[in-house]
Every structure is written in C-alpha cells, then in structure tokens.
Write a protein that binds this ligand. Structure first.
Ligand SMILES: CC(=O)N[C@H]1[C@@H](OP(=O)(O)OP(=O)(O)OC[C@H]2O[C@@H](n3ccc(=O)[nH]c3=O)[C@H](O)[C@@H]2O)O[C@H](CO)[C@@H](O)[C@@H]1O
Ligand SMILES: C=C(OP(=O)(O)O)C(=O)O
Length: 421
C-alpha cells in the first residue's frame, strides 16, 4: 500500500499562495539551537517531514521540543545528553550532518551515522570533515558511524575547495566555541547561511561576513536562548512561480524576498513570463503560448540554483525551441527527465546537460518522484498535462513542501491523495 498524489491537469490556477519558512535554513537552525544553554524559539517552521525527523533526533538527545503553534517551536536543550545519533531518522534527511558541527562545538565529541537525503550523484562530506580536523578534531569511521573528538577546538584558517553550503554551516557551528578566530575562505554565500549566522549571533556568537565568501568566527564561552524568525523558502517560492507561469491565469506568491530569486526572475523574463515584483510578493501571469526556449547553467548562489532546475524543466517543455539545462553541482540530477518523457516530453540527457525540445503537449501518466525537486517538477507537469497524473514516492516531496496539495487546491488545482496497491 502506498499513498500517491493524483492531479487532473488543465485547470487554470488563480489566487494567492503564501510561502513557508525555508527548509534549508530550518534544517540547520534546529541543530544550531542545541548550542544554546537555554530555550530557543523559532518561528516560521515549515510543516515538512525533515522537521519531524530532526525533532525525533532532538528528543533522542533529551532535548525538549515544544510545538507552540502551527509554525513555531521552542527547543530547550537544557537537559540534553550527548548520545550517539544512530536512530534511523538520521538517514531520512541530508541535514542530520549538522549535528556533527553542533555536537562537536558544544561537547567536543559527536557520534553520528551517515546522513541521507536526495540521491543526486555522489554527495561527499570530506570538506566538512577537513574543516573539523583543521579545528583540531580527530575523526574515526566505525560501523557506519562517524566519531569526532576534540577536547579543545582551536580556531584556524580554512579554505574550502568548493563553496559548500553544508560545510560552511557545519564549520561555523563547530567554531562558535573554538579558542580564538576561525576564518572560512571560499565560504558559500547562500541566504540560508546568513539566517543561521543571524540565529547564532542572537544566541551570543561572534560571526561576521556571512553572505560573503569570507566568514570569521571568534569563539565565545557560552551561548544563550533567543527568538528567531526563519527567512522565506526561496526554492518553494521558485516552484510556485514556475508553476504559476506554467498553469495559472494569475497567481500572487507572497512572503518572498525577491532579491533571493534574481537569477530565476531574470531567466523567466528572458523566456517571456509576465511577472510583477512587489516588496515581498510577486504577481505571475500564466503561459500565453509564446514562451521562448533558453539555456541554463546551475551555479552556487547568486547563480541559478540547482534546486530550481528540475521544476523549471517542466515549464521548458512548453517553450518554443530547444532549451539546454547544464548541471554543474550534481552530475546525476536528471532523473526527472525520464519521468517527464513518460508524460510525452521530448528530452534527451547527455550528462552534464539535458536538452528539452518544445513545445510538446503532456499527458497524464504514472510517474515517480525520484527525489524532492523531481517531485516538484512532476507536480508542475501534472498541472499542465491532459488527463490524470499519478505521482509515486511522494515521501520525497513531503521532505520539503508544506501541504503542497492543500496550497494547490486553494489555487483551484484538482489534486488529491489516494492510497494504492
Ligand atoms: C540541506 C541543504 O541545505 N541542502 C542544500 C545544500 O546541500 P549541500 O550542503 O549538501 O550541498 P553543498 O553545497 O555542500 O554541495 C555543493 C557541491 O559540493 C560538493 N561537496 C560538498 C561537500 C563536501 O564535503 N564535498 C563535496 O565535494 C557536492 O558534492 C556538490 O557537488 O546545498 C545544495 C547546493 O545548493 C542544495 O542542492 C541543497 O538543497
Ligand atoms: C537536494 C535538496 O535537499 P537535501 O540537501 O536536503 O537532500 C533540495 O532541497 O533540493
């Protein structure tokens, strides 16, 4: 038995959708909160399975997690114990690796099994580990778990070979209590990194430069509780913008920071999508049949986000001409293409690029969400396809999209869940 999402395509969307708090910020903010010596209140927490998995891990460590309202939680680590994180929940998401930095920073010892997350090609964590080693930690890998030890972390200069989001945040968390100054060079610049640095600074850390490629962290003795509101999810926003461009009459996407979406908005402008940008909302008019093909290359922020290329590919099947999407972050992030082809898309993949020839009518089919953003891509394709699309493996979608069926139903989509054999 499996729960699937079904979509009857062809219904034009209208209305307003509100974007939730950023998944990629939330999944780092929650582990960061354990560095405090008192309760941390986080607002704007999305209702997604990654948050549920992290809550399981927090409770495993004896942290009190109090859900105060639909989107606000209080994390109280006062009574926590540093136990090995070997619960299967570690494998359900990528970001469980942030407990390495947080536990190492707080206790000088962390024990955790391999993180999970979407398979998009190899996703090593060597840069995280090298960063911890540069701060003085020793690392062993034993029976599927990493064991990290450092009686006293000492600040150091760390140059990241690749501007990795995860390594930047993990090193930042480990370094908050290190003796002296840590400098991360070639740091990643994603907005979620600024959000995590903001939380840590509210807790009493001394982090400067987050959002630039050089971050300095001056170690402090202790961190306390605070209140924090998460930034809006730029990837969820991008998904609804693209979806509106594909399937709406007119949709307003609210609770966004348009500056976080510049590379997408300029691409959509080039393709011929009509978008009005307001302070914290966007008004998108749907496909008029005149969309033009384009070329895209994924890059670290502020370049075109890899997490958006898959949803955008669904829209490009409706553009005139050949679009080329080149993936420079994850070599194997093309599984959505074979699923789109089952719906009638004309797509060829030659790694590192996909070649999309459009416009092609799409028709409903049974497809599989092989990963989170593949799922988003298939939802968009389902909305424009003729007939009914069945999406399997929706647990991937639930990792990162809050109530996607309810949000889309409110816009007039015919989307529902069903349990099938
Ligand atoms: C929870 C979270 O925030 N996930 C995001 C984060 O993932 P994540 O933090 O895992 O991605 P990274 O920025 O670390 O990865 C970027 C590139 O660096 C490589 N790399 C990374 C670390 C390392 O130690 N060694 C190494 O070689 C990766 O294989 C990849 O090719 O950023 C990605 C890139 O924007 C996004 O797609 C993910 O949605
Ligand atoms: C790849 C993603 O997530 P994760 O890193 O959590 O697997 C994503 O959000 O698209």
């Amino acid at each position: 038995m499996e729960e699937v999402i079904k979509i009857e395509g062809g219904h034009k969307l209208n209305g307003t959708v509100r974007i939730s708090g950023s998944k990629n910020a939330t999944v780092a903010l929650i582990p960061a909160a354990i560095l405090a010596n008192g309760p941390v209140t986080i607002c704007g927490v999305p209702s997604i399975s990654d948050v549920e998995s992290l809550s399981v891990l927090l409770r495993d460590l004896g942290v009190v997690v109090d859900i105060r309202s639909s989107d606000s939680i209080v994390i109280d680590p006062t009574q926590m114990e540093n136990k090995p994180l070997i619960h299967e929940a570690v494998n359900k998401l990528r970001a469980s690796y942030y407990f390495m930095g947080a536990l190492l920073g707080k206790y000088g010892h962390a024990e955790i099994r391999m993180p999970g997350g979407c398979y998009l090609g190899p996703r090593p964590i060597d840069l995280h580990l090298k960063g911890f080693e540069a701060l003085g930690a020793t690392i062993h890998y034993d029976h599927g778990a990493y064991i990290l030890d450092a009686p006293q972390l000492i600040g150091n200069k760390i140059f990241l070979d690749i501007a990795s989001v995860g390594a930047t945040i993990n090193i930042m968390m480990a370094a908050v209590h290190a003796q002296g100054r840590t400098t991360i060079e070639n740091a990643a610049k994603e907005p979620e990194i600024i959000d995590v640095a903001t939380l840590l600074n509210k807790m009493g850390a001394k982090i400067r430069g987050a959002g630039t490629n050089v971050i300095t962290i001056d170690g402090v003795e202790a961190l306390g509780g605070c209140f924090h509101e998460i930034i809006p999810d730029r990837i969820e926003a991008a998904t609804y913008i693209v979806l509106a461009a594909a399937a709406a009459d007119e949709v307003v996407v609210e609770n966004v920071i348009p500056q976080h979406l510049e590379s997408l908005l300029s691409k959509l402008h080039e393709i011929g999508v009509d978008i009005k940008v307001d302070v914290d909302r966007l008004i998108i008019k749907g496909n008029t049949g005149n969309l033009k093909a384009t070329d895209i290359k994924t890059l670290p922020y502020p370049g075109f986000a890899t997490d958006i290329q898959q949803p955008l590919t669904a829209l490009l099947t409706q553009a005139h001409g050949q679009s080329i999407v080149t993936e420079t972050i994850y070599t194997e992030r093309f599984k959505h293409c074979q699923e789109l082809a089952k719906m009638g898309a004309n797509i060829n993949v030659m790694i590192p690029s996909s070649f999309i020839n459009g416009p092609t009518p799409l028709s409903g089919a049974e497809v599989s969400a092989t990963d989170l953003r593949c799922g988003a891509c298939l939802v968009i394709a389902g909305l424009i396809a003729e007939g009914t699309t069945t999406i399997r493996n929706i647990y991937h979608i639930e990792r990162g999209y809050e109530h996607i069926d309810e949000k889309l139903s409110a816009l007039g989509a015919k989307i529902w869940r069903e349990t099938i054999e």
